[in-house]
Design a binder for this molecule. Structure first.
Ligand SMILES: *Cc1c(COP(=O)(O)O)cnc(C)c1O
Length: 390
């Protein structure tokens, strides 16, 4: 029996967007409220307060009405003043990608780069900043999703704070899936979104903004104002003032439900099931004789497991077999990692230990079908043992 591509997958173990929680989808089907009317304004204030609690910020966060790429581009435009020097911490596709936006605004862009299967060392950040006192903004990605690697953000944040530059953190695939928030990372702009570990559809950016970031954006004459790209335009809405344009009402309804699920389950409990699912998946992958993409298990992300493609195997064929035989959907690599690894997402609704068992079985079965000797039974046993060891 084959599971046709014309049918939706049985199990989406992707790295975002993820299959949203049913509660979120039901909330999005609510009647569309008129945005200027009291009930929606009250609801919006409540959503910002829940987002503030989830992001750990003292100030109200900003919601931008586009998926987090909007937030990252807006962060570069608002925070970087003309002529300034920006330091990019590059351990993968997203860390590198921020450079595309930074170069439009900065006078100079420096890179501290490591191979795509490695993580950034905080000591190297401190040393680089000591050599470059002129750096005004540092940009980092906490989990570089296309590599499944985790950068040690709190320590990197401390290195940046010791220098005094402002820090932009892309936390899109870490927020909600591990102990990460705007305060712990010492981020001035903390960029997150609902379509990964919060289990909502793509369409919004959540931005944690520090007092220093507000001051810098206000002082930056080049920061967008009166623009879809503007963060400053949304400051008043955070204090109960007018919206600069119509918010995405249905997305806000969905975000509210996603934040309620997250806060009601308890962030620590949510992070624990992400960690357990990832740990079991890694144990299963290794027991099948496969290699993780991250150079060391210590830097493997808790929200995505990247598996190196065995030599002689076509990566796309692995995902095609898993989908056709079992209806299990994995993610491919991206840009530099495309064709070199397969990604198993453990984000939001998919961060359940039973999904680690399914992932390992489907990956092993797909590889065996392609003639690669992967022992799915040994993989499942190792995943179960990792769960039992808990
Ligand atoms: C998903 C993701 C984004 C947002 O990009 P998409 O185009 O929605 O995939 C940004 N940064 C990181 C680290 C991500 O994982």
């Amino acid at each position: 029996m084959r599971h046709g591509e014309d049918r939706p997958p049985v199990l989406e173990l992707t790295t975002g967007p993820v299959a949203a929680y049913p509660e979120v989808l039901r909330a999005m089907a609510r009647a569309v409220a008129y945005d200027q009317d009291r009930p929606f304004r009250d609801r919006y204030a409540g959503v910002l307060d829940k987002a503030r609690r989830a992001l750990g910020t003292p100030l109200p966060p900003v919601v931008l009405h586009g998926e987090p790429v909007l937030g990252l581009e807006a962060a570069a435009a608002a925070l970087i003043a003309p002529g300034e020097t920006v330091l990019l911490l590059v351990s993968g596709v997203y860390g590198r990608g921020f450079g595309g936006w930074a170069r439009r605004h900065a006078g100079r862009v420096l890179e501290l780069a490591v191979p795509d299967d490695e993580a950034i060392a905080p000591e190297a950040v401190a040393a680089m900043l000591a050599r470059h006192p002129e750096v005004a903004v540092v940009a980092a990605c906490e989990i570089d999703t296309p590599s499944g690697t985790l950068n040690p953000m709190p320590a990197i944040g401390r290195a940046v704070a010791g220098h005094g530059a402002l820090l932009v953190v892309d936390a899109v695939s870490s927020f909600g899936g591990m102990a990460s928030d705007a305060v712990a990372t010492l981020a001035d702009l903390y960029v997150a979104g609902p379509a990964k570990c919060l289990g909502a559809p793509p369409g919004l950016t959540l931005l944690g903004v520090s007092a220093r970031a507000w001051a810098k954006m206000h002082a930056n004459p080049a920061a967008p104002r009166g623009s879809f790209l503007s963060i400053l335009d949304w400051e008043a809405a955070g204090a109960g003032g007018p919206f600069p344009f119509t918010p995405s009402v249905a997305e806000i309804h969905g975000l509210e439900a996603a934040l309620e699920l997250y806060l009601d389950e308890g962030p620590e409990a949510v992070w624990a099931r992400h960690a357990a699912t990832a740990r079991a998946t890694r144990a299963g992958v290794r027991a099948m004789g496969l290699a993780l993409w991250p150079a060391r298990e210590a830097i493997a992300a808790p929200t995505v497991t990247a598996v190196r493609t065995p030599p002689g195997i076509d990566e796309a064929a692995i995902r095609a077999e898993a989908r056709a035989r079992y209806g299990v959907l994995f993610s491919a690599g991206r840009r530099e990692t495309a064709g070199r690894l397969t990604r198993i997402g453990h984000m939001g609704p998919a961060a359940r230990p039973i999904h680690a068992i399914a992932a390992v079985a489907a990956l092993g079965g797909a590889l065996a079908a392609l003639g690669h000797p992967a022992d799915a039974g040994a993989g499942v046993a190792a995943a179960l043992a990792a769960l039992a060891a808990g």
